[in-house]
Design a protein around this ligand. Structure first.
Ligand code: MLT
Length: 264
């Protein structure tokens, strides 16, 4: 992996292939390896750039809340280091929150959106209280708390056991402090419906049919906000549609990305 010095943390990232630049922002509590099926299959046709968010994977540690704007600025630092002005920005779940934060930071850098199993709203008070409890649980029990509470929601019950095991290993590889920081940061995110409504570029929204965390209704809500956007529902997938059903996901992503100008 390459790396760049972000503000207070080194940010590691994959940079693979050539052509249209596509930035891929991973979900919680995972790493850029969660895009392995895309890096392997689409990295021959597009330039895929996939950072580990601070506190995850090979990036430096997080301290204090990792706000979504922080992840967005780290990703912009990666694009700057590569001399890339504009990229299609793809994000899974928390990565989608960060993609929306990137619109807030500098919408001119976003050539298109690929929003995957995510949602546009902020946490309500009950949601914020759940995040605070999750942070306490991680403090007490480490990432085992996340394996227990999240694994069954991230992938469908009948998911390929190897994929499930890979997701569990990724969760266990995440440091507790990085996870706590991200949980605190997600609780602070603003409502991004206004940013989506203002976005004038192309957008594809993908969602697992059985996603219990950000269900298809959330995908349709985002699509209603972005003129000309399209929703693809992936049959049989839960929250990690790109990992659970890579062939179906990649076909949808490739059709979308191929329809865009190669310059970003
Ligand atoms: C994720 O998959 O990134 C998280 O489930 C998002 C969230 O907790 O809101």
């Amino acid at each position: 992996m390459k790396s760049v010095q972000g503000d207070g943390a080194r940010i590691a990232f994959h940079d693979q292939g050539s052509g249209l630049p596509v930035l891929l922002l991973h979900g919680f509590p995972l790493t850029s390896e969660s895009f392995r099926p895309q890096l392997d299959a689409l990295g021959t046709r597009f330039r895929l750039i996939a950072p580990d968010h601070r506190g995850f994977g090979q990036s430096g540690p997080a301290s204090g809340p990792t706000e979504m704007s922080r992840i967005a600025r780290d990703a912009l630092a990666v694009l700057d280091a590569l001399g890339i002005r504009r990229a299609v920005v793809g994000g899974v779940s928390m990565g989608g929150y960060a993609a929306m934060a990137m619109l807030r930071e500098d919408a001119g850098r976003v050539a298109g959106l690929l929003l995957v199993d995510t949602q546009p709203g902020a946490d309500d008070e009950a949601g914020k209280a759940r995040r605070a409890q999750t942070a306490r649980d991680i403090e007490a029990r480490g990432t085992q708390a996340l394996v227990d509470s999240m694994l069954g929601k991230l992938v469908a019950e009948d998911c390929d056991p190897a994929v499930r095991a890979g997701v569990e290993a990724m969760i266990r590889s995440s440091g507790p402090q990085g996870c706590i920081s991200a949980v605190q940061g997600m609780a602070m995110r603003p409502d991004s419906r206004d940013m989506l409504a203002r976005f004038a570029g192309p957008a594809l929204i993908v969602v697992g049919e059985k996603d219990p965390i950000t269900p298809p209704a959330k995908a349709r809500e985002m699509s209603a906000l972005i003129a000309g956007s399209k929703v693809v529902e992936i049959a049989g997938a839960a929250h990690l549609s790109n990992l659970e059903k890579p062939a179906e996901f990649n076909a949808a992503a490739e059709a979308f990305l191929s329809s865009l100008p190669a310059t970003g």
